[in-house]
Ligand binder design. Structure first.
Ligand SMILES: Cc1cc2nc3c(=O)[nH]c(=O)nc-3n(C[C@H](O)[C@H](O)[C@H](O)COP(=O)(O)O)c2cc1C
Length: 380
């Protein structure tokens, strides 16, 4: 029996204290404690118990990408551990990698609450968090305390990505310096880095996806980087094909390591939910991005487009609406080398990663594939 789905989730999702952000903070508080005390016997024992329940090790799922070793293709998406307070626990939940952030140069509170809503009828969430985080310097400090020199030199057995965003107080014209400042703080503390220009919750941020605005950001970061760390860009699902093609050209010019597709969508079509229960307002009226099941198909289409445009030469991290092994397989066969999850993990609980990995292995076996990399972009 899956205790999370049958007992824990119904209590969490329906209780008096079921405010989703409160729950998130409580969860992260516990996991942060567990990570901080990882050398103490109780924490070690708990880590071990988690790993026993949730990890699945199989060489057929392993990949080497950008000189990094991924023990499996399922990662935690950005936004869950925004300050990197639990960076050491994610491997015990069975993930193959985790992306921390989004972090901004300036610490900032984000948008006023309520700013995170569950849409259970749609297996979805609506959020307008607005990059609430402690800032790049604080994250660098946290990661340094946790890892010492362990994250560098590479390779690491559990790659950690750091997702960078623009501070709300920084004007769009000065975005490049803002991203650069965060990267300078953090470049020793991540295995890969992501330029996030796709959150709908910082005014004007998504306009940075346009060539003229993106170019100075990528130029500044890659000059500082000098080829040391893989740099990726995370894009919105709401871009037109031409705009995505333009990003891909820049990706080539600036030798980006890959694309993360996609962030949340500002579209509201196809939702069963009409009214957001906790505010009583219509889902159209509530600002923010939709994640989860309603995003699945569009995100896969974007992945397929990128794969085709680049003839499979640019690695893709696929994210959006993954709940089942079928969803993950769909992303991989559309061209994703790695897959991230957020909303699905919240709905399905911690057993989900292992379930995804078992399902992927089964699909590989049915097709006679001996390594996950053979499934990437596989036409079925
Ligand atoms: C509450 C919440 C906060 C998020 N915060 C971030 C963030 O800070 N940076 C980012 O790049 N994506 C963020 N995302 C987007 C996710 O990383 C992911 O791209 C998106 O949710 C689609 O995946 P999913 O359907 O598996 O949730 C957030 C998503 C949610 C639900």
């Amino acid at each position: 029996m899956d205790i999370y789905r049958s007992v824990i989730r119904p209590v969490l999702f329906s209780g008096v204290k079921a405010d989703p952000e409160w729950l998130h903070q409580q969860t992260l508080g516990v996991l942060g404690w567990l990570d901080y005390h990882h050398q103490q016997p109780l924490a070690r024992w708990l880590h071990h118990q988690l790993a026993k329940a949730y990890c699945l090790n199989d060489d057929r799922l392993a990949q080497s990408l950008w000189g990094l070793q991924f023990s499996n293709p399922i990662g935690l998406a950005a936004g869950f551990d925004k300050d990197g307070v639990a960076s050491g626990v994610w491997s015990s939940f069975g993930f193959g990698f985790a992306e921390l952030g989004t972090v901004t140069f300036t610490p900032q509170p984000g948008n006023p609450p309520p700013r995170l809503f569950r849409l259970p009828l749609d297996n979805a969430a609506l959020n307008r968090m607005g990059f609430n985080n402690q800032g790049a310097a604080a994250m660098a400090h946290t990661l340094q305390q946790r890892w010492g020199n362990a994250l560098s030199p590479l390779p690491s057995p559990f790659p950690i990505g750091v997702n960078l965003g623009k501070s709300k107080s920084t004007p769009l014209e000065e975005a490049a310096a803002d991203y650069l400042g965060s990267f300078q703080w953090l470049k020793d503390w991540g295995n890969y880095f992501v330029v996030n220009v796709s959150s709908p919750n910082t005014p004007g941020l998504r306009s940075l996806q346009a060539t003229e605005q993106l170019e100075p950001i990528l130029a500044a970061l890659q000059q500082e980087n000098a080829g040391q760390k893989p740099l990726l860009i995370k894009i919105a699902p709401d871009l037109e094909w031409e705009a995505i093609a333009a990003v891909l050209e820049l990706a080539q010019t600036y030798k980006l390591a890959g694309i993360i597709a996609t962030n949340t969508t500002i579209r509201r079509d196809g939702l069963t939910t009409q009214v957001v229960r906790s505010t009583g307002k219509s889902v159209q009226e509530e600002a923010g991005g939709i994640s989860g099941a309603p995003l699945r198909q569009r995100s896969t289409e974007v992945i397929r487009f990128i794969w085709q445009e680049t003839q499979g030469n640019l690695p893709i991290i696929g994210v959006g609406g993954v709940f089942t092994p079928e969803d993950a397989w769909e992303k991989i066969t559309a061209g994703a080398s790695l897959v991230q999850v957020y909303t699905g993990w919240v709905y399905e609980g911690p057993a989900m990663v292992r379930h995804l990995l078992e399902g992927l292995l089964q699909k590989m076996a049915e097709r006679g594939l001996t390594s996950l990399s053979q499934a990437i972009g596989l036409k079925e």
